[in-house]
Design a protein around this ligand. Structure first.
Ligand code: HEM
Ligand SMILES: *[C@@H]1O[C@H](CO)[C@@H](O)[C@H](O)[C@H]1NC(C)=O
Length: 338
């Protein structure tokens, strides 16, 4: 079995062999959770892939420090809508109603040009090989690393969808004013548990949100003209200046104002201090779910523990319903079907 394992890691293309290994508990590859996905997939077929992706990202993030956050979110919004299949990247066409115009995505998702740049560079050196869905997963991983977060192996081999679902984008992506129970249910529907919910919410350690996504908390949390009383007083007063009762819908503010471009566990410390920006952030602690509240406290106290679980949960999220084998296609242009 040991020599078979060595053979496997040398022969990236032989993923059927690695699938055999996975059938024997304890002998499978680290990081390869889903039968058929394989972290070594492009080792022979596109050895330059990692370097190309990393160098495009370095430039993009140097130009726009928010880009790391935007690319992380793109992968999340891909995976929660018919699986990690790059459906989120498809533009409107005769046969496609783009997910980009759904409520959670419109005027909000960004980073598409960066994915285009990576894809066109990859098509030049290894055409028809690296899927758009894998580019999203690798870009999210590398963005976290460039922001000071943990590193993990990404199982690869997701193929790209030939469909999109604006309907699922509207219903499966969690809303910022969700209750804790709604969040738990929406993650469970994707095969993700409370540990995944809390760790992945730590993605809000970087990036920003628009006033429209948290205004309700400032002015009418319970439809009674009262603010959300879990908001710390000074933080609340500051937010009101960025986010007035009327207008300023698109004014942005950091999700983690203490270190907005650094991936760390400050997000969880802020929650302990009543300084979570979105309702969906704060209710992880205050929502009367004992389990999630305890996890928030653990991650606030122990950054290593948070990094470890975040990496694990990212792999799990990245493994949601991939298209395998002859399903889907490898798009030449991430915005349209071949
Ligand atoms: C738990 C449920 C979640 C809810 C309700 C939620 C909601 C939101 C909202 C409303 C925004 C601001 C969008 C805007 O104003 O344009 C946002 C931003 C963001 N979200 Fe989430 N999110 C959730 C989970 C996640 C997860 C699991 C990740 C990744 C692992 C993630 C990563 C991000 C990032 C990085 C940003 C900032 C994007 C940027 O600056 O461009 N979120 N989220
Ligand atoms: C969340 O916001 C939407 C739209 O703004 C609203 O229809 C809904 O009732 C709100 N949900 C909660 C739980 O406040």
């Amino acid at each position: 079995m040991a020599s078979l394992k060595v053979f496997c890691s040398l022969m990236a293309v032989a993923y059927f062999c690695c699938s055999v290994l996975e059938a024997f508990p304890g002998t499978g590859r680290v990081g390869g959770g889903v039968l058929g996905l394989n972290p070594e997939l492009y080792r022979l077929s596109c050895p330059q892939a990692n370097e190309i992706i990393m160098s495009v990202l370095e430039n993009a993030i140097a130009k726009d420090s928010r880009m790391a956050a935007s690319l992380l979110r793109l992968h999340f919004h891909d995976c929660f809508v018919q699986g990690c299949d790059a459906s989120v990247l498809l533009d409107d066409s005769k046969t496609i109603v783009s997910e980009k115009n759904s409520g959670p995505n419109k005027n909000s998702l960004r980073g598409f040009e960066v994915i285009d740049e990576i894809k066109s560079k990859l098509e030049q050196v290894c055409p028809n090989t690296v899927s758009c869905a894998d580019i999203l997963a690798l870009s999210a991983r590398d963005s976290i690393e460039l922001s000071g977060g943990p590193h993990w192996e990404v199982p690869l081999g997701r193929r790209d969808s030939r469909t999109a679902s604006i309907k699922k984008a509207n219903t499966h992506l969690p809303a910022p004013n969700s209750t804790i129970q709604t969040l738990i249910n929406q993650f469970r529907r994707q095969g993700l548990d409370e540990q995944d919910l809390v760790a992945l919410s730590g993605g809000h350690s970087i990036g920003v949100a628009r006033c429209v996504t948290y205004r309700q908390r400032l002015y009418s949390q319970n439809g009674n003209n009262q603010p959300d009383l879990t908001l710390e007083r000074n933080y609340y007063n500051g937010l009101k200046t960025v986010c007035p009762k009327v207008g300023g819908d698109n004014n942005v503010t950091p999700l983690d104002f203490s270190s907005p471009v650094k991936f760390d566990n400050k997000y969880f410390k802020l929650l302990l201090w009543g300084k979570g920006l979105l309702n969906s952030d704060q209710v992880l602690l205050t929502g009367k779910a004992r389990k999630t509240a305890e996890l928030v406290r653990n991650y606030a106290e122990n950054e290593g523990l948070f990094f470890h679980q975040f990496a694990k949960s990212m792999v799990k999220m990245g493994n949601i319903s991939p298209l395998l084998g002859s399903k889907g296609e490898i798009r030449k242009n991430c915005r349209r079907l071949n």
